[in-house]
Design a protein around this ligand. Structure first.
Ligand SMILES: [Mg+2]
Length: 214
């Protein structure tokens, strides 16, 4: 087995929540008289840590105030959050192989916990970490707490901050094109792997393991 442990981002990595996230972001902008963004503009400009994104587009407003507006608008959205293609079957596969799975996400904890249960995904994960604004500051302690060898661990994410977080923890960075950030920006961050989706990732894993066993 190439990797024994997988850490996943949540939004854009395991679930598609861009619809309600864009609605909620625009609701925040409208609260402060700022212009809204369309989907492409959002994908181009949104970045983590989101504190830096809001400092640029809605400066001089306390983050907790912005978060409150965001949470209310997100909860009010009727656009559903769905599991991304291939994600569920791959989590089932990980479970069958004894691969330990974790989540590290910036999403606020109450929203994340509700989605985890609504989508019936909780049982796949040994531990989850949500509401983490700067993931780089936590990756090290997650590895230590759960005794994960960085060389046997991959972090999956859809944004530049996810790649930076993986590098910070010295784990393999796997960038997915299923989420918020487009390919050129992800490539610039030099992930170890860049794949369209989980199907492609696991195809590569299977072919490498076949080579090893030959
Ligand atoms: Mg994400």
């Amino acid at each position: 087995m190439i990797f024994k442990n997988y850490i996943f981002d949540w939004s854009g990595t395991l679930v598609d929540d861009m619809g309600p996230t864009l609605e909620a972001t625009n609701a925040v902008f409208q609260c402060y008289g700022k212009p809204t963004m369309n989907r492409e503009e959002f994908r181009t400009h949104f970045r983590l840590p989101y504190s830096e994104f809001y400092a640029e587009y809605v400066p001089n407003v306390a983050l907790c105030e912005l978060e409150q507006h965001f949470r209310e608008a997100f909860a009010a959205s009727i656009v559903p959050v769905t599991i991304l293609p291939h994600a569920h079957e791959k989590l089932v596969w990980c479970q069958s192989q004894g691969i330990r799975c974790f989540i590290l996400t910036s999403m606020d904890s109450a929203t994340f916990e509700a989605q985890l249960d609504d989508l019936d995904l909780r049982h796949f994960f040994e531990a989850t970490y949500s509401g983490v604004i700067d993931k780089r500051q936590l990756i090290g302690s997650i590895l230590t707490t759960h005794n994960l060898n960085p060389q046997e661990t991959a972090y999956f994410g859809d944004m530049v901050h996810d790649i930076e977080t993986a590098k910070h923890g010295a784990v393999c960075s796997v960038a997915l094109l299923t989420g918020y950030t487009k390919m050129p920006e992800l490539l610039e961050a030099k992930p170890d792997w860049l794949v369209a989706d989980y199907a492609e990732f696991f195809q590569i894993i299977a072919s490498q393991e076949n080579k090893i066993s030959v």
